[in-house]
Write a protein that binds this ligand. Structure first.
Ligand code: PNS
Length: 189
């Protein structure tokens, strides 16, 4: 186990099974792993930072040495503020390598003491990305097995507001039935 803090930065919009797989692997080799969501991304995200925080917290509840945070600005500055020693990033396929290498070398130029550590997620997730998950979900396709169930549910709610409404109505109907029962009991008594 590597002593100290490692940061796993990213957009996580939304978190995928590949991300979760990497967090589980990272949690085994680092003493503390901070999953850090970039706050000021230029892209217009599908999920707000608060929604991503909530999903990631729920997904990593079983990993005691993992915590979720957000950051702004330069990642190396954030890493320094936590006294982190490593950055964790995932590489799925050779196509990721060029971008990741560029980023790792730029981060090293900015902060030479910070090491980037690459890990590979399980090969069954090697084609899974947040962008493709969003694309498939937005087109109404199935994302089961690509994202955790909580995320699948959130995607459904986000893309079909009627779904959330249906849930709320069902709860309202159940509450009404419950109230009616109580009222009947009260009248009998
Ligand atoms: O999940 P992503 O979108 O591939 O993550 C990219 C991320 C957030 C790790 C990267 O864009 C980042 O660290 N941004 C913060 C700004 C920064 O430090 N830029 C210089 C990195 S070379």
């Amino acid at each position: 186990m590597h002593k100290g803090i490692a940061i796993y930065p990213g957009s996580f919009d939304p978190p995928t099974n590949g991300h979760l797989d990497l967090m589980e692997r990272g949690a085994k080799i680092f003493e503390e792993l901070v999953v850090a969501i970039l706050r000021n991304s230029e892209k217009s995200p599908m999920f707000s930072v608060a929604e991503r925080l909530e999903m990631l917290r729920a997904l990593t509840g079983h990993l005691k040495n993992v915590r979720i945070d957000t950051f702004d600005g330069l990642m190396v500055e954030y890493a320094k503020s936590l006294e982190a020693t490593c950055i964790l990033r995932g590489i799925r396929a050779i196509s990721d390598y060029e971008y990741e290498l560029q980023m790792a070398l730029m981060n090293r130029k900015l902060e030479p003491t910070l090491e980037t550590v690459f890990m590979m997620p399980a090969d069954k997730y090697s084609y899974v990305s947040s962008r493709l998950v969003r694309e498939v979900a937005q087109a109404g396709g199935p994302v089961r097995g690509l994202v955790p169930e909580i995320v699948e549910q959130k995607l459904r709610e986000k893309l079909d507001p009627a779904y959330k409404l249906r849930d709320a109505r069902q709860i309202a109907v159940l509450n009404k039935k419950d109230l009616n029962k109580k009222e009947k009991k009260r009248k009998k008594a």
